[in-house]
Design a protein around this ligand. Sequence first.
Ligand SMILES: [Zn+2]
Length: 335
Amino acid sequence: MKKLFFVALLSAGLTSCFDTQTATVSKNTAKAAEQQPVVSVPVFNQDSAFYYVKKQCDFGPRVPNTANHEECLNFLAKELTRLGGSVSLQKADLRGYDGTIYKSTNIIAAFYPERENRVVLFSHWDSRPLSDQEDGTEKTALKKPVMGANDGASGVGVLLEAARNFAANDPKIGVDIVLFDTEDCGAPRWKQSQVENDWCLGSQYWSKNTGYTAANKPKVGILLDMVGGANPSFCIDAVSGYYAPTFAGDFWKVANGMGFGSFFKNVNGGQIVDDHYYVNTLAGIPTFDVIDFDTERGFPEMWHTQHDDVEHIDRNTLGMVGRVLLRYIYTNCAK
Ligand SMILES: [Zn+2]
């Protein structure tokens, strides 16, 4: 999805919580830096990530309630199991903007499930039923589901390749991968939704039903969304900056330290709604979004059009995001 979001986020009570969080994390970081040996970060294979993006697109658009969607679900569940994850499927019937009931499945893969210290990684695996950013009429847009190579498959591709690394190289922390369904079924831009919160249906459901205990609730969540386009612009959006400022700041620092500062920009990323909004507000897990969006350009031009296809995926972008992700997890999270 992701639409502009104009609700004022700031409130005095929450601000003081984050001050405490920031202070604690900084202290721990300084202490850990003195004691920690040099950590080796496994190599992220961008061709493998690209393979996974293409593989998803080979099923066609993964629109909920279609055969393509079901086939891709089976593939993703099988592949995550093969890669060593303990996979569970969280199924729910979720109501869309026009009353449609979507047979929705969040795919959850736990690595090192016995560990209490955990991080959780998110992406969405469904694709949008219609191309409402395409030039054309309402009638034509409705007949054109989006392939979602970038908007959906790119984040999943990076997480599958990351999963391969988690099994082969112990990250010294438990890792959960959650692939949300039914993220992108919100109302077309010319229609009013019949329900509130018509985007991100899968993540809303998961956030109310995480199954975590106080002991194993992840300390941070990372959402990847549209991480496969050429020349991306990753900025810290308002929700990430408000709910997970220290974690997001550290992630951007890692990216900058690796020489990716021209893509991971230290500028305000604007106000959007994405799955992380619900994870933060409903599940209470501090979560930031790595998403190709900035306030000047907006979303990538292929967004919600027929051009969001494999031909417009840049495997270097997948590689960059994957490398930053692994470095962040193996160096910043495993403490
Ligand atoms: Zn979308």
